[in-house]
Design a protein around this ligand. Structure first.
Ligand code: ASP
Length: 425
């Protein structure tokens, strides 16, 4: 079969049918017996080479000019840095196996979205190529340090691309570890960029726009707002959660309104933000001896005993309702707090707040030494407890810090408006 370069428009006749579309590059690991064609309706199909009777080259298509990896702008011009860590945003689907491969480098990702160049000068940096289920607390530290280096190197703002599964944990960790006078935006994608329905390009464009133009002084998350391709929401990194396994609008702020929204036309932040710091400050000390346990009927006290005996120093409980566990855990929790372990309570209802004064169960847990974490998300409480126990060994001080608001992760009052209506006026 005649060799045609990828990103050329082609007409292909197979033993069964005639197709027109754009020939796509294949990931290095993909099956060599097939080619992948992007059809005009946006769908990609795999064609078996041995069934192809003829292939006509209709010329190259105008795509984002691919540049070599590395820095594009070596000068002193303000720039936005894009740090790639992997995830679906940097992946392609193998249409034969249906598997998703990590495939794009930071530079390929940037080159594939030409709109970015009209927003800012972009510098790409590849930190990892990991799916986020493989990201560990030590990686949060590396990401925070890498962001701080880009900020020291005069970035107007930084975008971190990340897998969506644990993006919320990394976002919360960066928020506690890094104070920044300029935007640091985390983003990802639910659908890989070679799919017609991909959210990768829009999320990247809106994230770079937020990093370059919003002047928001802190860490935030920018992801699709709805099912159309026009608006993204800007979320507090310690309040955001992936709430759907596949929808493009999966990321939602919980217990608060989003910080703002971004469209091609404008960025709206629904509050004035003043920088907390003049230059970046990094505090990456964490203590990983912390776990998050979801209470469920049948949970045995031995699970708590095991963590206590294994040297854990903090345990976040995801309790029922207002913050409860079965009474059969009480003795183990009390023994744990007596030996100096900090227990914190969050709620598996996610929305609403823990109130452990209503039922006797809650009051007994308070007497056992459990700290009620108000309206903090369980995952945020986990990340915060790791960070807090990295700052102090003093249990009383750590308990105070857990109830101190550092980045908007906890509030005294329940929010009043939690949807897009905050933007209507
Ligand atoms: N499993 C992938 C990850 O978190 C999913 C994604 O990126 O959307 O890396």
């Amino acid at each position: 079969m005649k060799e045609v370069k990828p990103l050329h428009r082609v007409e292909i006749k197979t033993t069964e049918k005639k197709y027109q579309g754009v020939l796509l590059e294949r990931p290095a690991l993909a099956d060599k017996k097939y080619i992948v064609l992007k059809l005009d309706n946006g769908y990609n199909i795999g064609l078996e080479k041995k069934k192809i009777k003829s292939i006509r080259d209709l010329g190259s298509v105008k795509a984002g000019k691919h540049t070599k990896p590395g820095r594009e702008n070596k000068g002193d011009k303000p720039h936005v840095s894009v740090i790639a860590t992997g995830g679906t945003i940097a992946s392609r689907v193998d249409y034969l196996t249906g598997g998703v491969h990590s495939a794009f480098s930071a530079q390929e990702l940037i080159s594939a979205v030409p709109e970015l160049k009209s927003i800012a000068d972009i510098r790409g940096k590849q930190l990892y190529n990991k799916f986020s289920e493989n990201i560990q607390p030590g990686d949060w530290v590396s990401i925070a340090k890498s962001v701080a280096r880009e900020l020291d190197d005069k970035a107007l703002g930084v975008v971190v691309t990340h897998g969506t599964d644990t993006l919320g944990y990394t976002a919360a960790a960066l928020a506690f570890m890094l104070k920044t006078p300029v935007p640091v935006v985390l983003t990802g994608a639910q659908r890989s960029s070679d799919r017609g329905s991909s959210d990768a390009a829009l999320n990247l464009i809106h994230s770079v726009k937020t990093a370059a133009e919003s002047k928001y002084p802190g860490v935030c998350v920018v992801m699709h707002a709805n099912l159309s391709d026009d608006i993204s929401l800007i979320h507090n990194p310690a309040r955001v959660r992936k709430m759907h396994s596949s929808r493009r609008d999966a990321f939602q702020s919980v217990n608060c309104a989003p910080l703002g929204r971004v469209s091609e036309k404008e960025i709206i932040l629904h509050q004035e933000y003043t920088p907390r710091v003049n230059k970046p400050e990094l505090n990456t000390k964490i203590n990983e001896a912390v776990s998050l346990i979801k209470y469920h009927p049948g949970l045995k006290p031995q699970v708590i005993d095991y963590l206590v005996d294994s040297g854990y120093e903090g345990i976040v409980l995801e309790g029922t309702g207002l913050g409860h566990t079965s009474e059969r855990l009480f003795d183990s929790i009390k023994a744990g707090t007596d030996s100096g372990i900090l227990f914190c309570m969050s709620s598996q209802t996610l929305n609403g707040r823990v109130n452990m004064n209503v039922y006797s169960t809650g009051r007994v847990l308070i007497d056992c030494g459990v700290i009620p974490c108000a309206d903090m998300l369980p995952e945020t409480a986990l990340v915060k407890l790791m960070w807090v126990l990295g700052q102090t060994k003093n249990r009383k001080k750590a308990a105070e810090m857990m109830l101190t608001d550092y980045v908007g992760e906890i509030s005294d009052k329940s929010h009043i408006k939690d949807d897009l209506s905050v933007f209507e006026s």
